[in-house]
Design a binder for this molecule. Structure first.
Ligand code: HEM
Length: 324
C-alpha cells in the first residue's frame, strides 16, 4: 500500500553554528556520552549474558570454538578470549541497531513508531557511541589474551599483542590475515565517521553528511569480519543462517531509504531536472540499483543455503582442525 511521503527528518546539523555558546540542550560529545550511560549499561548486561552462554557451552563441550581450537577446552584458561567474543556479539548487535535507527531517520519513518524523531535521533547517537566502545573492548580483550599467553618479556608481549590486534598486516597467519584487517578497518572508520558529527560546524554540515553516509561500509566490514572469523559461526547451521537473515531488514531499509529519502534534494527526479547534475543523478540511480542487487543477493544466499559456512568435521577428527 502506498503511503504519503513522511515529513522530512529534523536536520541534526541545522543548529546554530556558534560553537562557543553554551545553550541549554546543545548537543556535544560530552552530553551524548552522558546520555549513553543507560544504553551502555544495557550493552554490558547483554555482553555478560552472552559471555555466560559462551562459557557454559565451552564447559559443556558443545561450542564450535573448541571444535575449531581444541586447546581452548580449558574454559578458565581462555576466559578473556570468550569475553572478547561476547563483546564482539554485543558490538555487532549495537551496530545493527544503530544502522536501523539511522536508516529510519534518513528514510521514510513508519507512522506507528513509539519514539519521537528527537528520541530516535538521540538513540541513534548513543548506540553509535556504544558500538565504538564495544568494538574497542572486543579488540582490547583479544589483545589482552595474547599478552597473557605469551611468555616473553613484558614489553615484547605488549608490543606483539598490540601489533597483532591493532596494526593491519600484523596478524600473519590463517584466515586472520584477512579477517583481522577487515575488523580493524571497521573500527578505524567507525571512529571518525561517527565522531565527526560533533565537529560538523567546523567541517561544514554538508561535508559531515556526505562522509557519514560511508558508515554503512563500517557495518558491511563488521558483518564480513564476523562471518569470516567468528568460530561460533564457523560451521553451517542455524546460527550462521540467522546472522545472514538479520541482514535482510538492513538491506531492505537501505533500499527504501534510497528510494524515498527524507531529504527532498536526494530524490531521483529526471536527469537535469531540479537540483543536482547529471552525474549526481547517475550516482543516485547506481546506488539504488546496487542496494536492490544486495537485497537480491542476500535472498539468494539465504534461500540456497550457500552462505560460506564450513562443514562440521566428524567427531573423531575434530582435533585436526585449527583456526590460526
Ligand atoms: C581491531 C579490530 C578487531 C579485532 C582485532 C578483532 C578480533 C577478532 C577475533 C580474533 C575474532 C575471532 C574470535 C573467535 O574465535 O570467534 C573475532 C570475531 C568476532 N568479531 Fe572481531 N575484531 C575486530 C573488529 C570487530 C568489529 C568491528 C566487530 C563488529 C562490530 C567485531 C565483531 C566480532 C564478532 C561478532 C565475532 C564472532 C565471535 C564469535 O564467534 O563468538 N569485531 N574478532
Amino acid at each position: 500500500m502506498k503511503q504519503p511521503p513522511a515529513p522530512a527528518a529534523p536536520e541534526p546539523d541545522s543548529r546554530p553554528s556558534n560553537t562557543t555558546s553554551r545553550q541549554p540542550g546543545r548537543i556535544t560529545l560530552r552530553s551524548d556520552l552522558r546520555a549513553s550511560i543507560p544504553d551502555g549499561l544495557t550493552a554490558l548486561v547483554v555482553t555478560a549474558a552472552v559471555f555466560a552462554l559462551l562459557y557454559a557451552r565451552i564447559k559443556a563441550k558443545t561450542s564450535s570454538t573448541v571444535t575449531v581450537m581444541p586447546f581452548m577446552a580449558d574454559a578458565g584458561g581462555f576466559w578473556m578470549y570468550f569475553l572478547s567474543q561476547a563483546f564482539g556479539w554485543a558490538a555487532l548487535l549495537w551496530a545493527w541497531t544503530t544502522v536501523i535507527l539511522g536508516l529510519l531517520l534518513s528514510g521514510p519513518r513508519p507512522r506507528r513508531l513509539p519514539l519521537s524523531g528527537q528520541s530516535l535521533e538521540r538513540l541513534h547517537r548513543t548506540t553509535s557511541l556504544n558500538t565504538i566502545a564495544l568494538i574497542a573492548a572486543h579488540a582490547l580483550l583479544f589483545a589482552a589474551e595474547l599478552v597473557r599467553h605469551d611468555t616473553s618479556r613484558w614489553y615484547s608481549r605488549l608490543y606483539t599483542a598490540f601489533v597483532e590486534a591493532f596494526v593491519p598486516g600484523g596478524y600473519t597467519s590463517g584466515t586472520g590475515q584477512i579477517a583481522i584487517p577487515v575488523g580493524q578497518a571497521a573500527l578505524y572508520l567507525a571512529v571518525p565517521l561517527g565522531l565527526l558529527f560533533y565537529v560538523r560546524h567546523r567541517i561544514g554540515p554538508r561535508t559531515w553528511r556526505v562522509l557519514h553516509r560511508f558508515v554503512i561500509v563500517v557495518y558491511v566490514l563488521s558483518v564480513w569480519h564476523t562471518l569470516l572469523y567468528g568460530t561460533n559461526v564457523w560451521y553451517d547451521g542455524w546460527f550462521r543462517t540467522t546472522v545472514w537473515l538479520l541482514q535482510l531488514p538492513i538491506a531492505a531499509l537501505l533500499l527504501i531509504r534510497l528510494l524515498r529519502p527524507a531529504r527532498r534534494s536526494e530524490r531521483l527526479s529526471r536527469p537535469g531536472a531540479g537540483a543536482g547534475s547529471k552525474s549526481g543523478w547517475t550516482l543516485r540511480l547506481g546506488g539504488r540499483l546496487a542496494a536492490a542487487a544486495v537485497l537480491a543477493g542476500l535472498l539468494a544466499v539465504v534461500i540456497s543455503g550457500n552462505d560460506g559456512g564450513r562443514t562440521v568435521p566428524p567427531e573423531d577428527t575434530s582435533s585436526s582442525h585449527h583456526q590460526d
